[in-house]
Design a protein around this ligand. Sequence first.
Ligand code: IPD
Length: 282
Amino acid sequence: MDERAALVEIAERAARAAGALVSRDRPERLEVLRTKSSATDVVTAMDTASEQLLVRVLREARPQDGVYGEEGGAAGGTGRVTWVVDPIDGTVNYLYGLPSYAISVAAVVGAGPAGSRPDPATWTAVAGCVHEPVSGRTWTAVRGGGARLDGTPLPGPADVELGEALVGTGFGYTPQRRAAQARVLAAVLPLVRDVRRSGVASLDLCAVATGWLDAYYERGLQPWDHAAGALVAAEAGAVVRGLDAGDPAGETFCLAAAPGLAQRLGDLIAALDPLAEEPAPA
Ligand code: IPD
């Protein structure tokens, strides 16, 4: 088996193990341990438990690799590969009992110095898995080897006009970020078929790959939100733009769609300056 095929198999094994834990033990592990960027950006006991399990499975399989997770930051390694993991993408859905949340596991190379925050501007994602435990759906992708949903190759998104596009987006957690995102949304919404906000960036990217959304965009994604999903979308044939244009905060603007729509939606959003934050209240 070549290395990429082995990596995607490990990614899927880790994501399924974490998914089983997260869905089985939800009632006991809902305690909010702390908040991050704002009071609405929470970490549950299960986010931490799921990340510990992911680190254990990945380290057992490949002790030389680094692992970079949403909740624990970096665990260094000396190998070429870094695993970028989100133990629960869609934590707010999970907290409320909504069935849509996912475990995201990506293997990337060129992530930067061991132990530091991996940089999407330099990394190449080589294998990835996004697993939705409640539905059991599992998206996988290998660089150069296509993307699959439960083993079936994905068609990718259709190249439709803006007015026919079902567009997914997401929102950050600070009031300043949300005010800026609302401004962009107010300009996009009248021009498209409709807008969806699932609360799970990795699944939004997989939805583009599957043809369930025509496009997805969001400002302010973190590495663990997009590492696996962006590879799935790109390998299904979507253009994934913006991930290499990180802003000074190290966050990214991401847009995924078929090439023509990516251009049209990207031009529209760029004209609105999606990187402009509202000033913080005095
Ligand atoms: C969040 C989700 C959400 C997106 C946010 C992310 P989390 O991740 O992916 O859809 O809009 O930007 O932070 O906090 O649930 O892991």
